[in-house]
Design a protein around this ligand. Structure first.
Ligand code: 5GP
Length: 187
């Protein structure tokens, strides 16, 4: 599971990891946030109304869900379980509160934190995205500072100074984990 502040480059890093490891897939989360230009329903997110999201919460359809910056986000249980059952390595790209829930409910998960090289660089990246309002960017920066303070809660911390290098680190972590699992099975 990969966490870290918005703007740290989690999405880019995971995209590179997927290219290197075909067995890795990402979970498609549900959100009430409006789609950004180019984002497709069912591919980047399941875009839900607040009422539909709340209904899914009541029905127990989420492994975890949060209110992040005024929008709801959640990991769909069925999506993750289906992909795991098909033999994929599933990567969740989620923020800190959700990561904490997953740590409790899925103790076997590896928690990777992707950090920006600095807060200034993070601010620059968030402003550069230009699809979010200044208010939304300010809110994301506030949340980011709290998330950075929690990086010690993770199994691994990767500084995304350069996406290819950061992705190679994630690939190495996953390979190490695989070896460990195989060894345990052989015990
Ligand atoms: P964005 O609006 O930039 O796509 O996502 C905002 C934040 O929500 C990012 O840190 C992203 O990783 C996180 N996020 C996306 N989907 C989920 C989810 O299902 N659960 C949780 N807890 N966080 C999510």
């Amino acid at each position: 599971m990969v966490s870290g502040p918005s703007g740290a480059g989690k999405g880019t890093v995971i995209g590179l990891v997927r290219k290197a490891l075909p067995n890795v897939v990402t979970s498609v989360s549900a959100t009430t946030r409006a789609p950004r230009p180019g984002e497709l329903d069912g591919l980047h997110y399941r875009f839900l109304s607040t009422a539909d999201f709340r209904r899914a919460v009541a029905e127990g359809n989420f492994l975890e869900w949060v209110d992040y910056g005024g929008n709801l986000y959640g990991t769909l249980r069925a999506d993750v379980e289906d992909k795991l059952a098909q033999g994929y390595d599933v990567v969740l790209e989620i923020e800190l509160q959700g990561a904490r829930v997953i740590r409790q409910t899925m103790p076997a998960a590896t928690l990777i934190f992707v950090a920006p090289p600095s807060v200034d660089e993070l601010a620059r990246r968030l402003h550069g995205r230009a699809t979010d309002t200044p208010k939304a960017i300010a809110r994301r920066l506030e949340i980011a500072k709290a998330e950075l303070a929690a990086e010690h809660e993770f199994d691994e911390v990767i500084v995304n100074d350069e996406p290819e290098r950061a992705a190679a680190e994630v690939v190495a972590i996953m390979a190490r984990r695989r070896t460990r699992e195989t060894r345990h099975k052989g015990d």
